[in-house]
Write a protein that binds this ligand. Structure first.
Ligand SMILES: NC(=O)c1ccc[n+]([C@@H]2O[C@H](COP(=O)([O-])OP(=O)(O)OC[C@H]3O[C@@H](n4cnc5c(N)ncnc54)[C@H](OP(=O)(O)O)[C@@H]3O)[C@@H](O)[C@H]2O)c1
Length: 290
């Protein structure tokens, strides 16, 4: 079997590459192409057609996206292209090649007011990122009706630099020891990337076996934590002081961050369900360059 993983240089994409390691895998990056990744601008239909034409994949996974809030505000057009246009173009390319598609989306398509949210719950994004993710889902469904769209909550896992995940940024605040206020209202469900990647792989196998899946699938850890609670857990686990940390409400008060987007995962068939990892045990604040 042949697979193309778009966005293979990113946090999730690196893990998805490992999960598809027994296939003939082509991974793409854009700014980061170390380790044999193919450079592809996923906003270019020609670049996508070229890599798909060469790899002739049975299955495609889209991990391309722009999830950094700084880029949403300073380069919104570019962020929109990376989240929406890239998703549409990859879905069109995969469909043309006759490849099955797993597309990654986000719990931010929901407003966080009435959790839990099932795959059929009504999306109502509060911010630009959530709107782009929803537009991407709609474009993927139109271009590749058989695609599986996997919605995920905030992810953690092995990082290349401390700012790569919200969780490692929180760990940095804990370790720095300077006074810091962290939101204690908005609940998040930090999920390990390897768990998410395993769901991707199982979805791909099911699609390749010709199984019919609902077009939207949810996966999430079960443990809900605010940023402040995550900080306390990290401090407790690594024996660090907490006196400099204060609970706040900055994210909730901003009005554009959902309060609780808990994803209901009960529709996911047992055979596609991975072993669950616990944040308290699995989170590592360290990072390695490269
Ligand atoms: N991280 C989370 O907490 C989280 C939660 C829910 C859903 N998601 C979604 O999961 C997916 C993967 O997220 P992630 O955390 O792995 O993000 P990430 O670490 O920022 O990686 C993003 C990937 O997209 C690539 N990319 C960005 N713009 C591109 C473009 N124009 N053309 C080609 N490639 C481009 C990046 O390539 P280079 O780095 O090489 O430029 C990188 O491989 C995204 O769709 C994200 O929205 C993430």
């Amino acid at each position: 079997m042949r697979a193309v993983i778009f966005g293979a240089s990113g946090l999730l994409g690196r893990s998805v590459m490992r999960a598809f390691g027994d296939m003939a895998v082509t991974g793409t990056g854009f700014g980061r192409t170390a380790g044999g990744l193919v450079e592809v601008d996923a906003t270019s239909p020609y670049a996508i057609a070229r890599v798909l034409g060469q790899a002739r994949p049975d299955v495609v996974v889209t991990c391309v996206g722009e999830r950094r809030p700084g880029v949403w505000s300073f380069a919104p057009d570019r962020a929109r292209e990376s989240n929406v246009d890239a998703a549409r173009l990859i879905a069109e390319g995969a469909h043309r090649e006759g490849a099955r598609l797993v597309h990654i989306s986000s719990d931010y398509v929901f407003d966080g007011v009435t959790p839990p949210y099932g795959p059929d719950s009504l999306p109502n994004p509060l911010n630009a990122y959530g709107r782009w993710k929803l537009m991407a889902e709609q474009a993927v469904r139109a271009a590749s009706p058989d695609a599986a769209i996997l919605r995920l909550p905030v992810l953690y896992g092995p990082v290349q630099h401390p700012a790569e995940t919200n969780l490692t940024e929180i760990a940095r605040l804990v370790a720095a020891g300077a006074p810091a206020e962290l939101d204690d209202v908005c609940v998040r469900y930090p999920t390990h990337v390897d768990e998410a990647a395993e769901v991707c792989r199982r979805l791909a196998d099911a699609l390749l076996a010709g199984e019919r899946l609902g077009s939207v699938v949810h996966w999430s850890a079960e443990q809900g934590l605010t940023k402040y609670r995550m900080a306390l857990r990290i401090a407790q686990r690594f024996g660090l002081p907490t006196g400099h940390l204060r609970p706040g409400d900055a994210d909730a008060a901003s009005g554009d961050r959902p309060v609780d987007c808990r994803l209901d995962c009960r529709d996911l068939p047992e055979a596609l369900t991975p072993a669950r990892r616990l944040f308290d045990i699995e989170f590592r604040p360290s990072w390695s360059p490269g």
